[in-house]
Design a protein around this ligand. Sequence first.
Ligand SMILES: [Zn+2]
Length: 304
Amino acid sequence: MSFEVTILGSGGALPTLNRNSSAQYVNCSNKHLLIDCGEGTQMQMRKFGVHFQRLDIILISHLHGDHFFGLVGLLSTMRLLGRDGKLTIICPKGLPEIIRQQLEVGYGKLDFDIHYIELTGKEHQLVYEDKSIEILCFPLKHKIPTNGFLIKEKLKERKMKKDLLDHPLLKVEYIHRLKKGEDVIAENGTVLKSNYFTEEPAQPLSYAYCSDTAYAEKIVDCIKNATVLYHEATFLEQHKDLAKITQHSTSKQAATIAKMAGVKTLYMGHLSARYDETTSFINEAKEIFDNVFYVEDGMKIIVQ
Ligand SMILES: [Zn+2]
């Protein structure tokens, strides 16, 4: 099953013609997630072929406008399109009331169920789990309470060895137990060892999302060995004082976190509108961490 991220908005606080405000669509084991929802996100979803009604969960990192001003519009459009499935929104405390008030002034009403999970921005905990994925939140370091998110596949069952599927003692009804790691006694009394008939499943993949945040080593333990890390890099090294004041990161700081956490690949984003190229960001980051990219709107990341 696929694990893919589509970048819907890669810009900083000020949207530009090329870079929309923050939003990402994640498809993990057929769960459809939206992380952050800056202004214009629904247009970006249309542009890049993301189906509104498929969304199961929306994650909002914090209540700066460039991360949630598109939410009420998206919810209204979902209603107009006839949504009836439940939607889960994991968000900072207070957002449900903001949405309620925004809808109320225009006598608008949503006629599908929203299940809100409100966070204080201080928790490092599991916030969602089903049979195939889990989502953890953790605190970032920003001007207001802000959550990072880690989306993880669950460990899958062991895999049957294909060349043993026609083994004379193997019956179809044994396969389920062997894949669970159980040994099975065949009809003639022979013990069929799970270890012999099956092999280790692939290691679960994971995607960590860290935006917005100042340099914060406390993040490292929360994202240890993630397959892919998205970490904001709003500024270059020459503006590191500005990064500190605004509680954002430079590309070197993002690369340092990636290296300390031992992630496989780093994608940087949340580009300040003062820059018109990202090559310098890559060059500065590569001094510390080699496998690094800068995201663009419409980019697809395969988590692998
Ligand atoms: Zn922010």
